[in-house]
Write a protein that binds this ligand. Structure first.
Ligand SMILES: Nc1ncnc2c1ncn2[C@@H]1O[C@H](COP(=O)(O)OP(=O)(O)OP(=O)(O)O)[C@@H](O)[C@H]1O
Length: 256
């Protein structure tokens, strides 16, 4: 079997007395969409922040694309990207200016004209072309989410980390974004890890689901495996069972 694209072992993050992430381990194979699920405060954002190198783990290891992220993240960051509703792009810059600045930061090929071409292409693809001249701070929450995703796809990443990629989107736009992500994964073979509170989204997109509670991974599997293990018809019900600590037989500790 080929090397997993994301491999995390015994990963822990403490903030003082709080253990936000508690010794988790998981592996995401190439071309898989993996979903991190869990209630508020379960540790999803902290996990993604450590994968990106925005937070230093207290202990444990993270490998992305075969590189140790704690030692050599500069080698893989050009092949990664992320979007999060919690990270704002500069408000006063227009959408075009923001995307252009990021295009240059990512060192996109083709110099000035290459960046201009890619910005136009991605703006078209994510249907943000009509906002290009607007200051980013004046966009609606849903429009900002789309621009953040456009920014995340500028460098055609092989590894995409998404924190609630469809937060604040109306159902139609959210559906459209999911289709876009599915197509992107299929066409590029990219590996995607996303945190989501939207069970339908996870059921539709994810080949691997990691259920977090209190900083730990308390269960995992394909959506179909989880439905079967809990004897449920929807992931929403599985989520509630896990959140409320109701197990329906099956594996007691699937964390390793
Ligand atoms: N910078 C920080 N300082 C102290 N505690 C933190 C910090 N960041 C997160 N925490 C705590 O770590 C725990 C996990 O938070 P995290 O943001 O990772 O959860 P989450 O699963 O992403 O939640 P949500 O679904 O609400 O976004 C929470 O108890 C949170 O209060």
């Amino acid at each position: 079997m080929s090397q997993p694209v994301i491999k995390v072992d015994h990963l822990t993050k403490r903030f003082g007395a709080i253990t936000a992430v508690d010794g988790i381990g998981f592996a995401v194979p190439a071309g898989t969409v993996a979903g991190l699920l869990g209630g508020n405060g379960a540790g999803k954002t902290t996990t993604i922040s450590m994968l990106l190198g925005l937070l230093l783990p207290t202990s444990g290891t993270i490998e992305v694309l075969g590189e140790d992220m704690l030692r050599h993240r500069h080698r893989v960051l050009p092949r990664m990207n992320f979007s999060s509703p919690y990270v704002d792009l500069p408000h006063r810059l227009t959408v075009a200016e923001n995307l252009t600045v990021y295009g240059h930061l990512y060192g996109l090929a083709g110099g000035l004209s290459g960046v201009r071409r890619r910005v136009a292409e991605i703006a078209e693809a994510l249907d943000v072309a009509r906002f290009l001249k607007k200051p980013t701070g004046q966009l609606s929450a849903g429009q900002k989410t789309r621009v953040a995703l456009a920014k995340a796809l500028l460098n055609r990443p092989d590894v995409l980390l998404l924190d609630e990629p469809t937060a604040s989107l109306d159902p139609d736009t959210a559906d459209w974004i999911r289709t876009y992500l599915e197509t992107y994964r299929r066409e590029t073979g990219a590996t995607i890890l996303l945190a989501s509170h939207n069970m339908l989204e996870v059921e539709r997109l994810c080949g691997l689901v990691l259920m977090m509670r209190g900083g730990a991974i308390v269960d995992r599997g394909t959506p179909a495996e989880l439905l079967e293990r809990y004897g449920r018809d929807t992931l929403e019900d599985v989520f509630l069972d896990i959140a409320r600590d109701r197990r329906r037989g099956g594996v007691a500790d699937a964390a390793e």
